[in-house]
Design a protein around this ligand. Structure first.
Ligand SMILES: CC(C)(COP(=O)(O)OP(=O)(O)OC[C@H]1O[C@@H](n2cnc3c(N)ncnc32)[C@H](O)[C@@H]1OP(=O)(O)O)[C@@H](O)C(=O)NCCC(=O)NCCS
Length: 102
């Protein structure tokens, strides 16, 4: 199965309630390391797209079950779910993610 999603970053707000709705604790730690609002919105929008893409591939809407983290080289991966491959992009006011279950 595959899943894809795109997010309009102008709709992303850096409110505590939205951050906690989308991000797991470990994602929140990575989010805090992004030092500008622009990078934080890209991170949050990218994770939102990632969780929706995961839902489309798995039909599991439990956003907080999946931690989408970065390896030291920046490559995204889903903690404890090596069967799900993921790619994220953000540019020009949008974020997008695609996942594939192998
Ligand atoms: C990694 C790279 C592809 C990111 O591209 P970018 O246009 O800066 O950024 P994008 O918005 O498309 O993607 C950002 C996302 O890519 C992912 N990413 C970062 N490094 C990555 C890597 N090494 N491999 C795969 N995905 C990566 C991350 O998920 C990141 O988002 P996040 O930090 O919010 O999780 C780019 O910086 C790079 O290093 N390219 C190497 C090839 C190169 O030099 N090309 C230029 C030749 S002209």
């Amino acid at each position: 199965m595959i899943g894809i999603d795109i997010v309009d970053l102008s709709r992303i707000t850096l409110t505590d309630s939205f951050i906690r709705f989308i991000l797991t604790d470990s994602e929140q730690a990575e989010f805090e390391n992004r030092k500008t609002d622009k990078r934080r919105i890209e991170y949050l929008g990218g994770r939102f797209a990632a969780k929706e893409a995961i839902f489309k591939a798995t039909h599991d809407k439990n956003y907080l079950k999946y931690s989408v983290l970065n390896n030291t080289d920046g490559t995204p991966y889903i903690k404890d779910h090596p069967e799900i491959s993921i790619s994220i992009t953000h540019d020009g006011g949008i974020a997008a993610a695609i996942v594939m279950i192998t």
